[in-house]
Design a protein around this ligand. Structure first.
Ligand SMILES: Cc1ncc(COP(=O)(O)O)c(C=O)c1O
Length: 427
């Protein structure tokens, strides 16, 4: 693997050997905003969005960005200027979208275990569509007052268990999500019998980090069966949404599941599947999260110490499980690299670990023997489910986020201050 292959997507090294993200040196970014820092390369982000939107347009397909992957006001504002819809799955995500001026007409409310407050927000018209996750939630929604009718998608657990880590698998009989297949007829009937709910279609999502189109096609077939039964009962689905989960390569030797190519395959299968079932073709929808932000994001850290215990070399950085729980949660890989300078020193196995009170090993990889305190270490493919999952464990402040693109940069999320860290504590 050559150095060029392991740089973050779209990155290069400058004449001093520092990695350049969105045309800006990591040295400048780390000095300006401090570390840990999540840098979002907006050139890569915008290209990801454009490629997926361009693939969807001629197919009449809908693309919703799954905000759980990463969401803050500046990102929602940037996406508001694209054709994408935005999936929100909490009041906090909804408030973020609203603060950004994201139009309610393009917002969809998701979530397993929605609160009454979230259901009321949907019924009040703060989103255009809700994806109902189960019978109990549907009953609560049906019992509430509403000024107008709300579009409802029924989330189906297709029974298709994609090959991915159990923590991010959301289809199959051991997953909590959605209506079981044998509950869908009753659910659709309940929606249709409720004056303030309008049946708009069916939805499924199999999970994350799926690298093969086959399970997505199986999931589509399962929801088309549900849609066909609904159509037979007089309720054709306007939309069929097959979720997100398009895998993004983390290791240099791996490849992404191409969203544009997969969307075209799903569209062909949807068209053929509808013909077989003698029903009109609904609008096809997908909701990628990670495929839009993961490769655009790079986490920057300062090396705090390098230690040797026995045969192991530990590179301790100034972040860890609090700003990126993914390696601990499901063994996610983030490729590390010495980013602030080029090194000709030989490579040696190193364990990159955080400064939490756990053995919070982020990754074991080959790093130069001369990596030392003060160097900037980058973890690649860090845009999805890192900042959005970060915590204040050990009372570390949540990190800052910066945009870098076309040679310019700006802070888009400030690092938490000491006052914000202590702000909820009552004396
Ligand atoms: C319903 C739903 N849609 C879409 C996504 C996005 O998945 P990914 O970021 O892997 O594309 C998720 C992720 O949890 C999800 O739960």
């Amino acid at each position: 693997v050559t150095d060029a292959e392991v740089l973050p997507r779209g990155a290069e090294r400058d004449a001093h050997g520092a990695v350049v993200l969105g045309g800006v040196s990591v040295d400048a970014l780390a000095r300006m905003y401090g570390t840990p820092l999540l840098v979002l390369d907006t050139d890569v982000l915008d290209a990801n969005v454009a490629r997926i939107a361009d693939a969807a347009r001629p197919l009449g397909a809908e693309v919703a960005y799954a905000g759980k992957a990463l969401l803050f006001v500046a990102l929602a504002r940037r996406l508001a200027d694209t054709p994408l819809l935005l999936d929100v799955c909490s009041l906090g995500e909804l408030l973020t979208a609203e603060r950004a001026g994201f139009p309610a007409a393009r917002l969809v409310l998701h979530g397993c275990g929605k609160t009454d407050v979230e259901l009321a927000a949907a019924l009040a018209g703060r989103v255009s569509r809700i994806v109902v996750d189960g019978t109990e939630e549907l009953e609560r929604l049906a019992a509430m007052d509403a000024p107008r009718a709300l579009d409802v998608l029924v989330r189906v657990n297709s029974g298709v268990a994609a090959t991915t880590h159990a923590a991010v698998r959301t289809g199959g009989n051991d997953s909590k999500f959605g209506f079981a297949l044998d509950e869908t007829t009753a659910a659709i009937a309940r929606v249709r019998a409720t004056p303030h709910l309008r049946f708009a279609g069916v939805h499924t999502h199999l999970g994350s980090q799926i690298y093969d189109a086959a399970p997505l096609l199986d999931g589509l077939a399962a929801v088309l069966d549900v849609a066909a039964a609904a159509a037979g009962g007089g309720a054709p689905a306007e939309s069929v949404v097959v979720g997100g989960g398009f895998g993004v390569a983390a290791r240099p030797e791996d490849a992404d599941l191409d969203v544009a190519v997969t969307l075209a395959a799903l569209h062909r299968a949807c068209s053929a599947g509808c013909a077989e079932r003698h029903m009109a073709m609904p609008r096809l929808g997908i909701e990628p999260g990670r495929a839009i932000v993961a490769a655009a994001g790079t986490s920057l850290y300062r090396v705090v110490a390098v230690k040797r215990h026995g045969l192991r070399r530990f590179v301790v950085i100034d972040g860890g499980i609090a700003d990126n729980p993914r390696p601990a949660l499901y063994g996610a890989y983030h490729h590390p690299l010495l980013a602030s300078r080029r090194s000709d020193a030989p490579l040696e196995t190193a364990t990159v670990c955080g400064r939490s009170c756990e053995n919070d090993e982020l990754v074991v990889a080959q790093l130069p023997t001369d990596i030392a305190r003060g160097d900037v270490l980058a973890l690649c493919t860090a845009g999805g489910y890192t900042y959005s999952m970060s915590s204040n464990y050990n009372r570390f402040p949540r990190p800052a986020v910066a945009f870098a693109g076309a040679g310019r940069h700006r802070a888009v999320v400030r690092r938490q201050t000491d006052d914000e860290l202590l702000g909820n504590d009552l004396a």
